[in-house]
Design a protein around this ligand. Structure first.
Ligand code: RIB
Ligand code: CA
Length: 309
């Protein structure tokens, strides 16, 4: 029984690797991919999504452009991490795959109204997901789970001392999702900072004889330079593929059902995800918060699957 998923994404080199992992995994049926403004503006995130599908030889997967900015504030982007194109590194040709006419939010609503048991996999700001939930609350009935990359608690933030980028860009959207009552699994920096692109791991991609392997190595070569400098670490955290790996091998991850609440007002801590890991409040548990992973097991899975593309 394959698991039906919709990927919502802002490629982003790590988003690209997550999409490739999903396409390389027969356990998953990617119904469609919706692009959102985040790492770079929407015109680039939708183009980058189509470039990745072309690289994977999957023109059958429909791509939709969603929201071009957060629900109630100006867009903040991350070219300093991902480069001007958002997918700096490999030279990926302009795609033949066409962008779908339908708006990404309309696609999410229509698909969920007609398809039961769908898992949503947001890899960027939650603007598309929150807009769909607000406009059509009835779709909750057909959402099996939302497994998202975002937030951070013990590790603090990355775009500010208090906030992780995806939540910081659209904290109102994140708050809507976390309060929605839908089953939410959060893969935060606390987990993804353990998934480091060390040299031996990247060498395994570079040595592959297909197109995807070397492309993943070139994507991470570019992507890791900023974080290696910032954290002084051996490699950079490979955030978004952790979402897909969680669907495939949840046993590689350690989590707890707790309350997570988003700061949506304070200028100092806007976008902070306050995780009640020790359950010291009476706030109702609303998130499966993933605090750690088996990094070797994660990369073994990623290398094994990318090699099949
Ligand atoms: O904070 C990391 C997240 O922000 C990742 O999803 C990365 O792609 C960026 O969107
Ligand atoms: Ca992303």
């Amino acid at each position: 029984m394959t698991r039906k998923i919709i990927i919502d994404t802002d490629p982003g080199q790590d988003d690209a690797v997550a999409i490739l992992l999903a396409l390389a995994s027969p356990e998953l049926q990617v119904l469609g991919i919706t692009a959102v403004a985040g790492n770079v503006p929407l015109a680039l995130t939708e183009l980058n999504t189509r470039k990745v599908l072309e690289l994977a030889g999957r023109p059958d997967i429909p791509v939709y452009a969603g929201c071009d900015g957060p629900m109630d504030r100006p867009l903040v982007t991350a070219e300093h991490v991902h480069g001007r194109t958002g997918l700096d590194g490999p030279d990926l040709p302009d795609p033949q795959i066409a962008l779908q006419e339908q708006h990404g939010v309309d696609y999410i609503i229509e698909t969920l109204r007609n398809t039961p048991d769908v898992t949503l996999c947001p890899l960027g700001p939650l603007t598309n997901i929150a807009t769909a939930l607000t406009r059509a609350p009835d779709i909750k009935a057909n959402i099996r789970e939302i497994v998202l990359m975002g937030g951070g608690y013990f590790e603090g933030g990355n775009i500010t001392p208090a906030a992780e980028f995806n939540v910081y860009v659209d904290p109102t959207a994140a708050d809507i999702v976390l309060r929605s009552g839908v089953a939410v699994t959060m893969i935060p920096l606390d987990c993804t900072h353990q998934a480091l692109t060390t040299a031996p791991r990247i060498a395994a991609f570079r040595a592959m004889t297909n197109r995807a392997g070397p492309a993943v190595a070139e994507l991470t070569d570019f992507f890791e330079r900023f974080d290696k400098e910032k954290y002084g670490s051996d490699g950079a955290p490979l955030h978004d593929p952790c979402v897909i790996a969680y669907l495939l091998r949840p046993d590689l991850f350690h989590s707890r059902l707790i309350n997570v609440t988003v700061e949506t007002q304070s200028p100092l801590t806007l976008g902070a995800t306050v995780a009640d890991w020790w359950r010291v409040t009476d706030r109702a548990p609303n998130v499966t918060f993933v605090r750690s992973l088996d990094a070797d097991g994660f990369f073994d899975l990623l290398i094994e699957r990318i090699a099949t593309l």
